[in-house]
Design a protein around this ligand. Structure first.
Ligand code: GLU
Length: 257
């Protein structure tokens, strides 16, 4: 079954910067409202963790267009934009009587047992309070992240430490295409059962923008398949992008065959 079902009890949802913010650093409130609406529905009988990018995209609006940022500037911009990002999530979730709690993590903390356990405890406690945890990478210290990585891998690692059944990556693309460069005949691949060389080759030519692009999404899928869980890539701009996954309408699903 390629859909969100009752067997999925713990779900991590990652939303990419391009879904939440336009080129000028403007916040796509309608899209955020739509996602919050879906999460409010889903969280009625599932534990949901949101991993949200967008701090740099939103913070950048104080700089001139096309400005090439230094590492220190990106870190400061992330610190500025993180406030806009969380305020926006707080506002949209409030419409559904939900509150949010901010968690900033680095890969190093996830690898360190004591820090990892504290993070898990905090997330569990937020769920007990009925609050949606919203996680981003701590860009102040996780400098590798700003330079090379993105939140796909952070989300997969969070899903792993929480033992989540499903990771949903909401991107600006509908999924993995069988032949991206042929815009007229290309089709979305609905199901991938293992990550082999041909899947990696498709990812390399996927044309998706963003820091990690499709490559990091495939690495995230590898992590999820290894722990026996599932992952789906779907378009976050679509109307009710998460509830559509309950009806088996969209996305590329990664699950063991
Ligand atoms: N943590 C950074 C942000 O929120 C980068 C995230 C990404 O590109 O996935 O802007």
């Amino acid at each position: 079954m390629l859909k969100i079902s009752s067997k999925h009890k713990k779900i991590v949802i990652k939303v990419g910067s391009a879904v939440l913010s336009n080129n000028n650093g403007g916040i796509k409130k309608k899209v955020m409202l739509n996602i919050a609406d879906d999460i409010a529905m889903l969280s009625k009988n599932k534990e949901v963790v949101l991993v949200s990018s967008g701090s740099i995209a939103m913070g950048k609006k104080i700089l001139p267009k096309m400005y090439e940022m230094s590492l220190a500037e990106s870190q400061a911009i992330a610190a500025i934009g993180q406030v806009d990002l969380m305020l926006a999530w707080k506002e949209v979730f409030k419409k559904f009587s939900l509150n949010v709690g901010q968690i900033l993590l680095t890969p190093k903390e996830i690898e360190t047992k004591k820090d990892r356990n504290n993070a898990i405890k905090t997330i569990n406690q937020l769920h007990k309070f009925g609050v949606i945890p919203v996680i981003n990478e701590n860009d102040t210290t996780a400098t590798d992240e700003i330079q090379f990585g993105d939140n796909d891998l952070l989300a997969a690692n969070i899903a792993k430490i929480l033992g989540a059944d499903l990771l949903i990556l909401l991107s600006s693309i509908d999924g993995l295409y069988d032949n991206f460069s042929d815009a007229r005949s290309r089709k979305i691949i609905r199901e991938v059962n293992k990550i082999n060389a041909s899947v990696k080759k498709l990812a390399a030519g996927s044309g998706i923008l963003g820091k990690g692009g499709m490559k990091s999404k495939i690495q995230a899928a590898e992590i999820m398949l290894k722990i026996g869980s599932e992952m789906v890539i779907a378009n976050g701009d679509a109307k009710n992008p998460i509830l559509a996954l309950k009806k088996s309408l969209s996305g590329t699903w990664f699950k063991k065959g």
